[in-house]
Write a protein that binds this ligand. Structure first.
Ligand SMILES: [Zn+2]
Length: 170
């Protein structure tokens, strides 16, 4: 296993539509193991393959005791609405409020290439959606409100951390 280098905002692979995996072979399993190790080292709750420069539809999620491998993940159902702050390992120190469905039904392949179906809610559902967004080249900056996005990008350029506006200022 190895801790891989994270690709940060500006790296073109983060904006790429990742390719489906044809076979979950030893190479894919090694990628999965490296994603978990890299995610844990960075204290993240999820990591997509293109965040380490590999444009394939592979991602991992680690929320509480859940350790999820997602190969070729698809959302079969989504319901409700939930708004919460999200960060991203590829956009260090930028956070923004993102509204997403509160419950999702996920279908994906596991580390052995076996299909599974999972119903998730709360932080797990949010992490799953965040990682699937990555595989489609979508970042939280695309899902936060305009004012927040501007603030986050300004802070990034200045090398500061960014907190979203509290709401009572224009
Ligand atoms: Zn992310």
């Amino acid at each position: 296993m190895a801790i891989l280098d994270l690709h940060l905002l500006g790296s073109p692979v983060l904006r790429q539509q990742s390719d489906p995996v044809a076979v979950v072979d030893a190479e894919v399993r090694r990628l999965i193991d490296d994603l978990f190790e890299t995610m844990d080292a960075a204290k993240g709750v999820g990591l997509a393959a293109n965040q380490v420069g590999v444009a394939r539809r592979v991602a991992v999620v680690g929320v509480d005791d859940a350790r999820l491998v997602m190969v070729n993940p698809v959302l079969r159902d989504a319901e409700g609405r939930d708004r919460a702050e999200e960060g991203c390992l590829s956009i260090p120190d930028a956070y923004g409020e993102v509204t997403r469905p509160e419950r999702v039904v996920l279908e994906a392949l596991d580390r052995d290439g076996k299909p599974y179906r999972l119903e998730a809610k709360g932080l797990l559902a949010r992490a799953i959606q965040h990682e699937i967004d990555h595989l489609d080249g979508i970042l939280i900056l695309d899902r936060t409100e305009r004012a927040q996005r501007k603030g986050a990008l300004k802070a990034l350029r200045r090398g500061e951390s960014y907190s979203p506006p509290t709401g009572d200022e224009d």
